[in-house]
Design a binder for this molecule. Structure first.
Ligand code: PMP
Length: 413
């Protein structure tokens, strides 16, 4: 059946026809039949070069043979035990070795679950109530952070959600990204702040990059104010390099959240940190957290396989950085200034200069973006369907793919 027909049926059975809002492309989304390497094959018979990559988890591309073999091997031995497995220890060891800030990890099933638990843990540890987040920062779809969120919520123009009780978000404050003074001001006025949660690089607004020393200053002043720093590396983790943005920018957060790549493309979330904090998590301590699918053997096996492969082929980060540089260099000069990239993450903003925060990103011409996006799809390139979602290239992309992407950019611009 064609995508348009499938969408008509889906809308009668699934709200908006989709399982996550950003997928509701107008007038209808294409339906995917299968994917391999850098390609998606649609129900309409199209072959697309994928620059969405499942919104980030597929650093190695679709159906990577090493990850696939690990999933198949695990599947033959069962996929859910409700007991601990040795593989959880192995994955925790890899993650702890890669991140100097991490001694212990707790596995959950999504990035949202990880940030929700991380915030609860920060409150449990500090005995304080409030949290600060960055304006436009997205940390998943749970109540306490669904306030002027980025990602799908920003795209849909509904920064707040119905059903979120004002009392809940009244404990969530916001500061603009790249603005140390605002953070200092809030910290000086409010002494009941448990944590500052931020994406080190704002992956859900584009990407927006940290200005020089911003993250170092954030670390310094949160520590001075006894406020825990939660770095949400659900996108950046293993994306910008082994050890994520915290290793790249040399910052030690108190709590880290991971997901996406660390699960090899299967559902995964991780909250992690130093022992003294993590040992407050149940059953070791009083901060409750639990999940039927937490640490499930399929996700854990896929994660181990992906991370091992990344360690053995760490040159892939330079290759991917070269790819996005190539796309940038190919652009007509007047667009280069608003093309933002970091390693395998990239985005062209439809505005004159790269944004430094959410408000500036929102000044992008989304109508132009929409036309451009459609043009790219016609050229066989699938970009995330939002000005505010980061594009990704993967280890499965080839130089030929990059040439096609670059040529399509020029043509559509
Ligand atoms: N944090 C960040 C930084 C994210 O980008 C996302 C998802 N895009 C989440 C948390 C939520 O993760 P999940 O969709 O796996 O719940």
């Amino acid at each position: 059946m064609k995508s348009s027909e499938l969408f008509d049926i889906a809308k009668t059975l699934i709200p908006g026809g989709v399982s996550s809002p950003v997928r509701a492309i107008k007038p209808y989304p294409f339906y995917t039949k299968r994917a391999n390497g850098s390609r998606i094959y649609t129900e309409d018979g199209d072959e697309l070069i994928d620059c969405c990559m499942g919104y980030g988890p597929l650093l190695l591309g679709h159906c990577h043979p090493v990850v696939k073999a690990a999933i198949e091997e695990q599947a033959t031995n069962g996929w859910l035990y409700g007991t601990p497995t040795e593989k959880e220890i192995e994955l925790a060891k890899i993650i702890a070795c890669d991140h100097p800030s991490i001694d212990m990890c707790r596995f959950v099933s999504s990035g949202s679950e990880a940030t929700m638990a991380a915030i609860r843990l920060a409150r449990g540890y500090t005995n304080k109530k409030d949290i600060i987040k960055v304006e436009g920062g997205f940390h998943g779809a749970h109540d306490g952070v669904l306030i002027q969120a980025g990602s799908g919520a920003l795209t849909m123009g509904v920064p707040d959600s119905a059903g979120v009780i004002p009392d809940v978000v009244s404990h969530t404050m916001q500061v603009p990204y790249n603005d140390i003074e605002s953070l200092e001001e809030i910290l000086s006025k409010n002494k009941d702040i448990a944590a500052f949660i931020l994406e080190p690089v704002m992956g859900n607004v584009g990407p927006v990059l940290p200005e020089k020393d911003y993250l170092k200053e954030v670390r310094k002043i949160t520590a001075e104010n006894d406020v825990l720093l939660i770095m949400d590396e659900v996108i950046c983790g293993y994306r910008v390099g082994i050890g994520g943005a915290q290793v790249m920018y040399d910052i030690k957060p108190d709590i880290t959240t991971l997901g996406k790549i660390a699960g090899g493309g299967l559902p995964m979330g991780i909250f992690a940190g130093r022992k003294e904090i993590m040992e407050l998590v149940a059953p070791a301590g009083p901060v409750y957290q639990a999940g039927t699918f937490s640490g499930n053997p399929l996700s854990v096996s896929a994660g181990i396989a992906a991370l091992r492969y990344i360690h053995e082929n760490s040159g892939l980060y330079d290759k991917l950085d070269g790819f996005t540089k190539e796309i940038e260099d190919y652009l007509p000069e007047r667009y280069r200034n608003s093309f933002v990239r970091l390693g395998s993450m990239f985005k062209l903003y439809f505005r004159d200069s790269p944004p430094s925060n959410y408000v500036e990103a929102k000044q992008s011409d989304t109508e132009k973006f929409g036309k451009f996006w459609k043009g790219m799809l016609k050229e066989g390139i699938f970009l995330p369907p939002s000005q505010f979602e980061t594009n990704f290239v993967s280890a499965a992309h080839t130089t030929g793919d990059i040439e096609k992407i670059s040529e399509a950019y020029c043509k559509c611009l």
